[in-house]
Design a protein around this ligand. Sequence first.
Ligand code: SF4
Length: 287
Amino acid sequence: MALGEKKLFITISAGGLALLAIFMTGAWYLIAPRLGEFHVDLPGAVGVAAGLAFFVVALGLGLVAVSAVTGQRVLFSQRITSTVVRILFPLVRLASAILGIDKDQVKRSFIEVNNALVAAGRDTLRPGTLLLLLPHCLQATTCPHKITGGLIENCHGCGNCVIESLLDVARRNGLPLTVATGGTLARRVIGEVDPAAIIAVACETDLTSGITDSYPLPVLGILNERPHGPCRDTTVDMGRVRDAIAFFAEALGWKPDEREQHPRSAGADAAGSNESEEKEKAWTRAR
Ligand code: SF4
């Protein structure tokens, strides 16, 4: 597995940890005399504890990097992997902001690392439902039908947007599918469906927050394509969606395209939360 786009996240993580080490050493140097006033051994004990915590995170980063690059799981559990990435992510955001690195580039790299870790943890997947979670911006802006929440059956399959193909692939694989207008609805649907794993399509920002919010649930993230600019008439590479389904099918022991059922929608119970969704959309637009 090539290092590719994953390199940025791993490199900034290492740089961020180096900065943290310098900061921690400086802070310890400044507060050590004060700590010594309480007890002669306190500066040493604090130094050892901080050094140990730092070593664990640095070791975690090393193992995450090995997993992401080799495609082999080297950490004991996905929960530990998730915890390490969760600690590293804010550090990476801070370091990249200081260094002036493009936020979307960092998020794309993070999504690649996450996907590689999900692939590496294929043997830890629990059997269960695979949820297809889509953003509302995939729907043609000219479409008069409401398909968000649990209303995907309202799609007439006219082919004016990629929803038709996604619905078809969901039907052939017996997967629940939901089109969410924001993170609040997406979280509610996840709570309702309780999936074993998720294939999520979204932009860099929504995928990143969706992946980190859902930890330790495995989420394979697929970036949408935005030929008309952000948030309107977007599309997705169906080849990538099929590859993601094939990955989970192989890991969970079923054959893709052989589980034909009626289209299953998810989120019907969550479809009525318009007030909070409107607030969330306003917040998203403001970002
Ligand atoms: S494929 Fe479905 S969602 Fe897309 S424009 Fe046609 S009816 Fe609307």
